[in-house]
Design a binder for this molecule. Structure first.
Ligand code: TGC
Ligand code: FAD
Length: 392
């Protein structure tokens, strides 16, 4: 097993823009990842299982609800801190970041924003400490990019709701204790419901056969006449805007996470190019390899700059959904291209699991699709700048 020798790369002295607290949070996350995750991640990926014993450690570095207020067990941090944690987790593996960002942005965030005070008290502290794990059910077998077409529905039965339908591609579903589920009421309006494991008629079959994000568990959510207590409906917001606002938070985390994956690929490729000799000289001395490396660090630096700015806007409550879409789309695309180039720099060594580059590359094929595909984010930017909706 290769030792994790990762070093951050900061070509434009971005660290000068960070506070001491930011650096401490990032360095703590990095040290935990190197000690606890790097030695086991390839095996987890091969086994196709999320290593559940890591849940406690993710909680301890503030990876569950970094920006959720401390009164609910969150870390009460700012958006840059949240981003830095996502960057360090995805530097190791996108599935690791997924587990953290789903719990934080897609489960804790809606409960915090749209739940009742009772729901906040009941679920948030356990989710923050990792005693509870949640998942987020929006996508359906026939409704991925178009979640507004969902057919999962609930009926008001007087003393409870009766939930029917199915969700697909749900991260953490196979072992989640609870699911934040988006479903339509009898008038077709979308609401969020908290469905708890053990409710009769609720099952979470595992999805198998993934070549990507293998260190993350993905499953379905099946609802067959599930009786959901009325107190489990989140009353704070209804309509498609409610789940989409959660996606804003998760997509922002992915924008930072993708930089982490890119940094890891660049770091490995740079070190390898300096050490590997062909034609009696390090391959780093060949112009073609320098072009690849120079373009990688340029693209990473551009992403670092505008993602930091996005974090400042998020801190000020001024970031728009379209700005977040642009960052998610750009950074994931940047990372996947860097993974492909880095793999070539390593030659044959690039394809074996002694190095994480192929794992990053395969993972990023999910990341470029989930939380809104590459195409969908382009169309969001297109709509924002032209005022014309090209989706429908
Ligand atoms: P549209 O008519 O445009 O909008 C409906 C309502 O929503 C509002 N809205 C938003 N609100 C908050 N945040 C956003 N980002 C919002 N985008 C839109 C909008 O203003 C409107 O409000 P109102 O009050 O007027 O009703 O909706 P549309 O049906 O045309 O769809 C727009 C589209 C295509 C952009 C949207 O559906 C979309 O983003 N599709 C992509 C679906 C997606 O991203 N799914 C992700 C599922 S979760 C996941 O992948 C987790 S991966 C987990 C991991 O990290 O492991
Ligand atoms: P489709 O929507 O069928 O898209 C297929 C293709 O058509 C894409 O290339 C797309 O860009 C294109 N397309 C669609 N509409 C348009 C259009 N209007 N114009 C141009 N092109 C278009 N979902 C959850 O709810 N919770 C989760 O936790 C979750 N985790 C996931 C984990 C993994 C590993 C993966 C792969 C997915 C996960 N998803 C989750 C689902 C994810 O959000 C969807 O896969 C994604 O939104 C795309 O939906 P789809 O796969 O149905 O593709």
């Amino acid at each position: 097993m290769r030792t994790d020798q990762y070093q951050g790369h900061d070509y434009y002295l971005m660290d000068d823009l960070l506070t001491e607290e930011h650096k401490l949070i990032r360095d703590t996350a990095r040290a935990w990842v190197k000690k606890e995750v790097s030695p086991i991640i390839e095996k987890a990926f091969e086994d196709g299982k999320f290593p559940r014993h890591l849940i406690k450690g993710i909680a301890e570095i503030g990876g569950f609800g970094p920006y959720i207020p401390t009164e609910y067990g969150g870390a009460g941090l700012d958006q840059i801190s949240y981003g830095l944690i996502m960057q360090e987790l995805e530097r190791c593996d996108s599935g690791l970041r997924s587990t953290s960002s789903v719990q934080s942005s897609l489960v804790m965030y809606p409960i915090w924003k749209y739940g009742t005070e009772e729901q906040r008290q009941k679920f948030l502290p356990g989710l923050a400490s990792g005693e509870l794990v949640g998942c987020f059910g929006l996508t359906e077998p026939d409704h991925g990019s178009n979640p507004g077409g969902m057919t999962t529905n609930f009926k008001d039965m007087g003393d409870h709701y009766l939930l029917n339908g199915a969700k697909m591609w749900i991260s953490n579903a196979p072992f989640a204790d609870l699911a934040v589920v988006w479903a339509k009421d009898e008038s077709g309006r979308i609401h969020g419901l908290i469905v708890e494991r053990g409710m009769e008629g609720f099952s979470t079959p595992t999805m198998t056969g993934k070549w990507s994000l293998r260190a993350s568990d993905t499953g379905e959510l099946i609802f067959e006449d599930v009786k959901v207590p009325k107190e489990n409906l989140m009353p704070g917001r209804s309509g498609l805007g409610a789940p989409l606002s959660c996606l804003d938070s998760a997509r922002y985390g992915i924008a930072w996470g993708a930089i982490g994956a890119a940094l890891d690929c660049y770091d490995i490729a740079l070190r390898y190019a300096k050490e590997r000799k062909q034609f009696d000289r390090p391959i780093a001395g060949f112009q073609l390899q320098q072009k690849k490396l120079a373009e990688m660090i340029t693209e990473i630096t551009k992403a670092q700059l505008f993602t930091h700015r996005l974090g400042q806007l998020r801190n000020e409550g001024r970031a728009t959904s379209a700005q977040i879409s642009m960052a998610k789309r750009n950074n994931v695309d940047m990372a996947i291209n860097i993974a492909r180039e880095a793999r070539q720099i390593l030659g044959g060594m690039g394809i074996i699991n002694e190095y994480p580059i192929m794992r990053h590359m395969m993972n990023l094929e999910s990341v470029i699709t989930y939380e809104g595909t590459h195409d969908i984010h382009l169309l969001i930017t297109g709509m924002d700048i032209t005022g014309e909706n090209a989706f429908k």
